[in-house]
Design a protein around this ligand. Sequence first.
Ligand code: ADP
Ligand code: MG
Length: 307
Amino acid sequence: MHRFVGKRIAVVMGGLSAEREVSLNTGAGVLKALQDNRWDVVGIDWKPGTSLAHMIEEANVAAVWNALHGTYGEDGAIQGLCTCMQIACTGSGILASALAMDKVISKRIFESNNVPTPRWTLLPHEPAANDVATLAAFPVPFVVKPANEGSSVGVSIVEDLAELPAALASAREHHGPVIIEDYIAGTEVFVGILDDRVLGSVEVRPAGKFYDYEAKYKRNDTKYLLPPELPRDVVDRVEHHALAAYRALGCSGHARPDVRVTPTGEAYVLEVNTLPGMTATSLLPKIAKSIGMDYATLCEQILESAR
Ligand SMILES: Nc1ncnc2c1ncn2[C@@H]1O[C@H](COP(=O)(O)OP(=O)(O)O)[C@@H](O)[C@H]1O
Ligand SMILES: [Mg+2]
């Protein structure tokens, strides 16, 4: 029997991050699916100026279905709040959430666990005299990105050194140091994971240069290939490294690592997303559907894994 049968659940959505609107969509989808399956479930829209702790307390719930993306939702903050309140929360715990949100720490952990990740270095947040020397080891094309952002915000691919100053300035608009990374030519695969198990994966082919903010949220010309149009042994390798990355960070529940794949089939993990989009048409639900798991069942399984 499901662990939370007979208990009240809160779907927490909205929140204070830049991804508030995306989160409201995720939350509305999850709330409706659980309601349709006759769960005793309430929606909580955490807005600026309101106390999330107070709203969770008032709702008198046994578990939080966390539909918050970005800051406070994805970085261990709400996981910590729920832990203090002794209420179960879906997805990864405090530490794994915080580690996965930080690309620098994630990459160090990948490297120490033999999870391939693109060769990289760090530039400080403030421009420094030896930036040029550091960059000499990275022939074009290379990638410039802020260490602590998401949604492709501040990410540039530098193909010509003339583009470098603008790329650095854009990454430095955000908090923290700047990651310089080898550009991995080829294709991109997102792997759906639930409870330490790979559900499947989807190949993402944006129409533009890379899977940027516009492609993620504004345009509808990205192609999603499910299953990926790649040889089975390559998909196996991608999924193997994606699961290894999830395990290395200590993730639990659902997650969706991003993996770059070269034309010769080598796979490099970019990051692990611990709070992937979960509207009925998001990628993780599409992956689940491809193996016969409907959206509501996926929402229930994620709930079941709440700790
Ligand atoms: N090393 C890389 N090689 C090729 N493309 C990259 C690389 N790093 C990032 N990208 C492109 O930029 C996108 C966003 O980068 P990512 O590291 O996943 O950060 P975010 O947290 O913003 O999603 C990726 O989905 C990919 O299309
Ligand atoms: Mg990404």
